[in-house]
Ligand binder design. Structure first.
Ligand code: NAD
Length: 490
């Protein structure tokens, strides 16, 4: 099996190193490819940076209206290749085909928003800021930018950054997750068909060595990272210490509160989709469900909706939940369920030791519900990143908000209710950056910033929309005077 190639300076090239790791189908354990890994990938990144810097120096001078033209074609190519890309996502990441296609749709929407760069990049002008003096601000690109992506959205996450970076005149290097590089390989085949100058977009594989070169190379001006909080902290600390602009999105532990006046059937359907969709491997997956006032009807309804979820191979029809990414992940999730029981939780639904007929070696964990987990234990604070719901009961909405506000993360908090005043209180007081009211996955659309807080985000400007335009440009202010007496008379 050949080693996957990098895409540098407009061409597919071999990695400098020979070390690799396997890319594995999480449902079948079939080895799909070998991806470059290990210390020598650092050289690949260094080569990509040289190409990206040269490209940036030309690309920044191309008028923005011309820079966005390839994005219109990219939208069309992504749509035409939707089925093939979705299939690749499912093959290497495990989610269902419908989830893969939905992910791609979100990627496409970011391309659409970035096509608005000619409007979004417009800035400010003040005539006569002082007598005879005008002042204005312009936005200029940064240079070589980099994106480091996680495994759980192999297509979408790079698109929170890539279209904005190039529309604003930067070049970009993408390092996909070593667990799911095939989707981005396919997307780069499509990017290769665009009329982009060589070196504007590049893709380099690898793990820590590739990331460290991006963090250390002085020509790399910004880092857009999405992944676990531990790595996000490392990236933010090292990147900023090296003078780079950094946005680093981290992990999550998302609470959802259900008030007694919420519609039971709709609420439990939406919540179980949120907890168990993508096998719980979404940074916006609901993880802790809090019913205000013990509500046996909602508990029953959540149980039934979770229990009836069909688990299996994502490529097969009728499947509602695929495997988790790796056997290590399955072992970790199942041991966290053990820990929950040891910490006093009662197992309402046990998804451990799940076997799917025909896919016995797959990394399957079935929907799991742990009730009344100890609030002083560790699990209630730990990101599980798997199909596990912690079900808690509290007396008042104030108790629930107080619980939410001591969360170390702050990616999302949701409320289900029929009461406008409760909703208003919740959206104002809950300390999380993405709030859902009767919504289970409060994922900002491409026009809005993906606003994680606390340890779910390190930085100032988030991905997507206007924040992305600001992140990928630096402001320059010009103060101008043209004294009449200096003007040559013709
Ligand atoms: P991860 O942190 O293990 O890996 C993310 C990227 O960092 C990969 O490209 C990987 O190669 C690289 N990396 C890993 N270890 C590194 C190290 N020690 N030094 C330098 N680089 C390193 O994350 P993952 O397991 O791929 O993704 C799951 C995590 O991502 C979860 O915690 C999830 O909540 C989070 N996530 C967050 C968001 C968000 O928007 N906040 C979105 C998606 C996923």
């Amino acid at each position: 099996m050949n080693l996957l190639q990098n895409y540098i300076n407009g061409a597919w090239v071999n990695s400098s190193g020979s070390e690799s790791i396997n890319v594995v189908n999480p449902a079948t354990q079939e080895v799909l490819a070998k991806v470059p890994y290990g210390n020598e990938t650092q050289k690949d990144v260094a080569n990509a940076v040289v190409a990206a810097q040269a490209a940036y120096l030309e690309w920044k001078n191309v008028p923005v209206l011309k820079r966005i033209q390839p994005l219109f074609k990219l939208k069309q190519l992504l749509e035409e290749n939707r089925d093939e890309i979705a299939r690749l996502i499912t093959l290497e990441c495990g989610k269902t085909l419908a989830e893969s296609s939905g992910e791609l749709q979100r990627a496409i929407e970011n391309v659409e928003v970035a096509c608005g760069a000619p409007m979004l990049m417009q800035s400010e002008f003040l005539e006569n800021v002082a007598t005879g003096i005008d002042e204005f601000m312009i936005r200029q690109p940064l240079g070589v930018t980099a994106c480091i992506a996680p495994f759980n959205f192999p297509a979408m996450i790079s698109f929170w950054f890539l279209p904005y970076a190039i529309a604003t005149g930067n070049s970009m290097i993408i390092k996909p997750s070593e667990k799911v590089p095939l989707t981005m390989m396919k997307i780069f085949e499509l990017l290769h068909q665009l009329d982009l100058p060589k070196g504007v977009i590049n893709m380099v594989h690898g793990g820590k060595a590739s990331v460290d070169e991006l963090l250390e190379n002085p020509l790399v001006k910004s880092i857009s990272f999405v992944g676990s909080t531990a790595v996000a902290k490392y990236i933010y600390a090292k990147g900023t210490a090296n003078g780079k602009r950094v946005q680093a999105q981290g992990g999550a532990k998302n609470p959802v509160v259900v008030l007694p006046d919420a519609d039971i059937e709709m609420t439990s359907q939406i919540i179980t989709d949120s907890v168990f969709g993508c096998a719980g491997q979404r940074c916006l997956a609901a993880s802790v469900v809090i019913t205000v006032e013990e509500n046996s009807k909602i508990k029953e309804s959540l149980y039934e909706a979770a229990k009836s979820r069909t688990v299996g191979y994502g490529l097969n029809s009728g499947i509602e939940m695929g495997p988790v990414i790796s056997n290590d992940s399955k072992v970790r999730i199942e041991s966290l369920i053990d820990q929950g029981v040891a910490e006093g939780g009662s197992l309402l639904l046990d998804g451990r030791n799940k076997k799917v007929g025909g896919f016995e070696s797959g990394n399957f964990v079935s929907p799991t519900i742990i009730e009344n987990l100890s609030l002083t234990g560790d699990l209630i604070k730990t990101e599980i990143f798997g199909p596990v719901m912690s079900l808690l009961h509290m007396k008042t909405v104030e108790d629930a908000i107080a619980f939410i506000n001591q969360n170390r993360y702050g990616n999302m908090a949701c409320l289900f209710t029929n009461s406008g005043s409760s909703a208003r209180k919740f959206r104002s007081e809950a300390m999380a950056g993405n709030i859902g009211i009767n919504i289970g996955i409060a994922a900002p659309m491409a026009q809005f910033p993906f606003s994680g807080w606390n340890e779910s985000f390190f930085g100032d400007l988030h991905g997507q929309g206007k924040h992305a335009i600001e992140f990928f440009t630096q402001t320059k202010v010009v103060v101008e005077r043209w004294p009449k007496e200096w003007t040559r008379k013709f």
